[in-house]
Design a binder for this molecule. Sequence first.
Ligand SMILES: [Ca+2]
Length: 480
Amino acid sequence: MSLLSGWNYGGNYGKCLALKKTLNLENTTILDVAYVAAGATVKTQGTCVPTAHVSAPLCRVQFSVQTSTTSEVRAEAWLPDEWHGRFLGLGNGGLGGCIGYQELDYGSAMHFATVGTNNGHDGYGGHVFLGHAEIVETYYGRTHAKAYYLGCSTGGRQGTQTALKYPADFDGILAGAPATDFNHLAHWTGMMARAIGAPAGTSSPAFIPPELWKLVAAEVLAQCDGLDGVKDGIVTEPDACVFRPEALLCHGQGSGTCLTLAQVEALRTIYAPLYGDGELLYPRLDPGAEGVYIGGPGSTFSGEFPSTVKDWLRYAVLNVTEYDFSQYGAEEGRAMEEVNPGGIATFDGDLTAFRDRGGKFLTYHGRMDPVIPSGNSKRVYDLVARTLGAPALDAFYRLVLVPGMAHCAGGPGAAAFGQIGGTNARNASSHNALLALVDWVEGGAGPETITGTADDGTERVHCRYPMRSVWDGARFGCEN
Ligand SMILES: [Ca+2]
């Protein structure tokens, strides 16, 4: 008697397992193929998360791709029973290393044949997607009609890099909070840590402990929350906020309720753009983004250098295992930009080829993102506009700014709009950035706005740059 007796796995069970024998791809090893029922929990590859949820019934293919004689990329294809003919490639977070299981679940539940890897796509070129597409074609017996990309942070940068370097790979790219101009971003992160005394830790006179970040965040709101017309804990346009930390200087009261001169000086640095050799290297931290640190300072302001900066400088840029970070400064920033490992920078406005092949690029950025300042996404938009000689990019490139959203998701704003797994507010293109992109690519109009939903269910319309979010006395709308 079969173990499967009494279970209705549908006709796809046998078809799925057959992939073990029928798939024969160059440089690719099929590790496992399994049919997974809806609602199942499965073991993952790697050590990032132990298990993953599977919403839709699907065929799961685990595989590895040999990218050189010494390196391989781990990957998974999730092929849902109900497939709408679309391919979805996923990006990574941080410095990579994790397969995005939440996004695999999200994409397959939205009826995409979804592929995620632990190492992004820019390191070894667009050809790998051909292999992924072959798995899809073998399983469904036809090629996908349209290919999409979904990623945030590093994944947003990978999506941007793909549009620049492999413009034919995707018809639509959803790139959140992209870590573009990456080396300068890494240096900015290092200099933010340096501003409060890293690596001297909590003993630095400039160090700002968590309880004082609470004070700073409250003062930012006192000075700037009302600028948008509503005191709601959200600074709609951080670029309009001229924050004055001197308001918190101690004058006789007890410590813990005010800032020392060294701490005020640190905040002046933190809320100013980073310049080097007379040029802007990176925009400033958005005032309001420090609110994310209430309850804990986060890695950037812990008093130590964040491991991402340390690892990037030591292992990728300088190729050393030990490094003295006590003198970290402009020289290290220059080294990162000059070495530019793997051409990672991703700061190029020439999207001509992607535009001309009919590609659509939808990007978004939270305006209280403490990891990547939202001003950088405006800066990239303007770089593309200058490079293409276009006053606006609406025909193929739209940037949606999201007040009150932290890094990729979360925060007090209306931060759920289908951008990544777990933030699928509503299955309508008005409220879901992925569906809005699909509509745009497949003949519909591009999104004029995206409506997000906050944790308490409140909705807010988010505007595409360079439109502004304006309060009319009753609600926020978008104006030129
Ligand atoms: Ca406000």
